[in-house]
Write a protein that binds this ligand. Structure first.
Ligand code: ZN
Ligand code: ZN
Length: 295
């Protein structure tokens, strides 16, 4: 068990395992314990009449590392020991709300729209003309999606929260995260046979090209049997289930395979283009953390 230590000015010192020393400080009323117990937070010993002398501090190395994720973000605070091993001071998993953000935003928009609708209706009743206000997305410009923004903030806030939870001398702390890079092209549409296959975006068609023509060109024939005649577009997420008509939701199947898929005889490994949203968000979060986080 570890106890984090702070001086009277709130400056963090090195964590200690010397419980006899901690108990002695408490007994002589030289400090008090903040956190710990049933609060779920690690214990911090705040020393009343001490101020740490930086020039005399022993050099120790601490690491605050995040395991990047969409729903679950792991974290660990460790210390690098002289023999090269890591000692874990604190670790856990944060359950983020990132997957729910889109639904929450839609719900909010629904209430907002309803409110505006009634406000306009009320204005009209009084015989005035309702002022037109353009919808927000028209003036918003190019911004990150709310899901992505939330995910980036979750990771950045976690660094800040850990700094408060586990007070450590800032200049001896290194922040890090597990940098991942999912090959979304390979995940969604199989690994291209040649490197140049990556040049054909699974969702981006050439200017003027019909979506059907693009989907056929991208898949190079039926994705199940490889036939190149009597090709159909199959929607991964059904149109009746609000599936989009864009290329990302369409896949090429021959007449026979298409019938088999709908009859439930063939199970397509890909069911919905949106299933890669998680991986895609984590990719971008890693990129943003790489460029944006400083110690
Ligand atoms: Zn179909
Ligand atoms: Zn086929």
């Amino acid at each position: 068990m570890f106890v984090f230590v702070m001086d009277q000015y709130g400056r963090p010192g090195h964590p200690t395992r010397r419980m006899d020393w901690v108990r002695k400080q408490l007994k002589r009323k030289r400090g008090k314990i903040v956190g710990g117990g049933i609060s779920g937070k690690p214990a911090v010993l705040v020393l009343r009449e001490r101020s740490f002398d930086r020039s005399r501090t022993v050099k120790r190395r601490f690491y605050v590392t995040l395991d990047t994720g969409f729903r679950n973000v792991g974290y660990a605070v460790t210390e690098l020991l002289e023999d090269g091993t890591l000692r874990v001071l604190l670790k856990g998993t944060l359950t983020a709300r990132t997957p729910d953000i889109r639904g929450l935003m839609d719900e909010r928009a629904m209430y907002r729209n309803s409110r505006r609708y009634h406000r306009r209706a009320n204005v009209k009743k009084k015989g005035q003309t309702a002022k037109h206000r353009p919808p927000r997305y028209e003036s918003r410009g190019k911004q990150n999606s709310v899901t992505l923004k939330h995910s980036i903030e979750t990771h950045r806030n976690l660094y800040a929260r850990l700094a408060r939870l586990a007070p450590l001398p800032v200049y001896q702390v290194t922040q890090g995260f597990e940098s991942v890079s999912f090959d979304l092209r390979a995940l969604a549409h199989g690994k291209p046979r040649t490197g140049s296959g990556y040049q054909v975006s699974p969702v981006g068609k050439a200017a003027g090209e019909k979506t059907h023509a693009f989907v056929v060109r991208r898949d190079g024939g039926c994705v199940v049997c490889g036939r190149k005649e009597h090709l159909h577009d199959h929607h991964l997420r059904k149109r009746s289930k609000a599936g989009s008509n864009r290329a990302g939701n369409r896949v090429t199947l021959c007449e026979d395979c298409h019938a088999d898929v709908h009859a439930g005889l063939i199970d397509l490994p890909i069911t919905d283009g949106a299933q890669w949203r998680d991986a895609s968000t984590v990719n971008t979060v890693c990129g943003k953390l790489r460029t944006g986080v400083s110690i």
